[in-house]
Design a protein around this ligand. Structure first.
Ligand code: FES
Length: 166
């Protein structure tokens, strides 16, 4: 069999072009992996609980419900969404706190505390709730919803995710 230099040349060119394509593909795969990981990573990161600081425990008063406004920051994949919310805070001893969702459990109207009647009053359908959040009268099907609370370093923190009565 005779030596054919063009056949050798074609083989070398073919090898080089395949090597270039292969290296290019490898570089593309690496950048796709890095970029894809960056953009997709929020989807597999565990969501952190977002406790909200409502201030010093000593600033609340025993037996007097107080409505506190606060800002909720939620990370939604690549952005942070802020919204305003509020809670009714009740404490009997400045050690244990109850945080009520501010919407009536009937149809979601905002209710208020009456110092005279010592009850929460919902004006929409004249419901009343006790200081413990239990329904005293009216159509609400369940007690007021609550937010989890905890005291850390003398501050009252709440987790603004509704739970049923504890
Ligand atoms: S919404 Fe409160 S009683 Fe109906």
């Amino acid at each position: 069999m005779a030596y054919d230099p063009t056949e050798n040349e074609i083989t070398r060119r073919s090898f080089l072009s395949r090597a270039i394509v292969g290296i290019g593909g490898l570089i593309g795969a690496v950048f796709t992996g890095i970029g894809g990981g960056y953009f997709l990573s929020p989807l597999w990161h565990k969501k952190k609980e977002s406790w909200v600081d409502l201030g010093l425990v000593k600033d609340f008063r025993e037996g007097v419900p107080v409505k506190v406004d606060f800002t909720v920051r939620k990370r939604d994949a690549w952005s942070t969404i802020e919204s305003r919310s509020s809670a009714w805070i009740v404490t009997a001893n400045l050690k244990e706190f109850i945080a009520f969702d501010p919407k009536c459990t009937h149809l979601g109207c905002p209710y208020r505390w009456s110092d005279d009647k010592k009850q929460f009053l919902c004006p929409c359908h004249t419901a009343t709730f006790g200081i413990d959040g239990k329904v005293v009268s009216g159509p609400p099907p369940r007690p007021l919803d609550r937010y989890p609370t905890k005291v850390v370093g003398g501050h009252l923190l709440i987790l603004p995710q509704k739970t049923a009565e504890a």
